[in-house]
Write a protein that binds this ligand. Structure first.
Ligand code: NAP
Length: 238
């Protein structure tokens, strides 16, 4: 079956974003791939194309609004529409409040909050014209709680969840749905970790595909359904 939907996934060069992009490609959604590492994006695009899907490599830094504008323009140019935006690119820094530098705080908000803002701002006019669209914001379980040393990262995920709520209320009259996905610990390269299922934490942690499952639920929901938030905790919380 040919899938007409067009998607844009940020942070598609590794981890959760890569896994979402690969699944979208396998479903025959067309996928625009955004991240800084062009070589990694090219590998993801090649994997999608090898299985008969269509992908577009859109290298860029989500901290710059021109990346969002150019990515949306490229997808429109290639495929004429934009149905699904996944704001996934993110970085994580934890530090005691009194040791948190201006630079770290700023970087966190530029990537995790301004990035999604720029992308959504660029995508919404297109979706409004279509009278349809789905935005998925990849947050975190820490977007629902506070943690020690979490001022920067946890602060960004609450901010993203706040924007998510506002966008839901502002955009539903235009046929645009918005959802927040809040995963627990996932085995990826996040925060300098290793994406390696032979690590001891693989015994209990989530895999990127666990998050993809939640995202797929959202993008494949029925017309009268509007999933607001999916929290994917790790099963073992001991
Ligand atoms: N792993 C976890 O335990 C966990 C748990 C809850 C939520 N999350 C969230 O899941 C999302 C994905 O993280 P992940 O675990 O998949 O980590 P990851 O493997 O490190 O992936 C992060 C992605 O974000 C991209 N990115 C970072 N800074 C960017 C920038 N300035 N411009 C464009 N792209 C940028 C990276 O690409 P480039 O480096 O190529 O630019 C990469 O593709 C994040 O929002 C994270 O907060 C992760």
């Amino acid at each position: 079956m040919t899938e007409e939907r067009v998607s844009l996934v940020t942070g598609a060069s590794s981890g959760i974003g890569r896994a979402i992009a690969l699944r979208f490609g396998a479903k025959r959604m067309r996928v625009g791939l955004v991240a800084r590492r062009k070589d990694r994006l090219a590998q993801v695009a090649a994997a999608i194309e090898k299985k008969g899907g269509e992908a577009l490599v859109l290298p860029g830094d989500v901290r710059e609004s021109k990346t969002a504008d150019a990515s949306v323009a490229s997808v429109l140019d290639a495929w004429g529409r934009l149905d699904v935006l996944v704001n996934n690119a993110g970085i994580g820094a934890y530090a005691p409040l009194e040791q948190l530098t201006d630079e770290t705080m700023r970087q966190q908000f530029e990537v995790n909050v301004f990035g999604p803002f720029y992308l959504a701002r660029a995508a919404v006019p297109v979706m409004k014209k279509q009278k349809s669209g789905q935005i998925v914001n990849i947050g975190s379980v820490v977007g629902l709680v506070g943690t020690p040393r979490g001022t920067a990262y946890v602060g960004t995920k609450w901010a993203l969840r706040g924007m998510n709520e506002c966008w839901r209320e502002e955009l539903y009259p235009h046929g645009i749905k918005v959802a927040y996905v809040a995963p627990g610990y996932v085995i990826t390269e996040f925060g300098g970790r290793k994406e390696d299922v032979s690590l001891p934490e693989a015994e209990w942690a989530l895999t990127p595909d666990d998050v993809v499952h939640a995202v797929e639920c959202i993008v494949d929901q029925g017309p009268n359904s509007d999933i607001k938030e999916i929290v994917v905790q790790v099963r073992d919380r001991s």
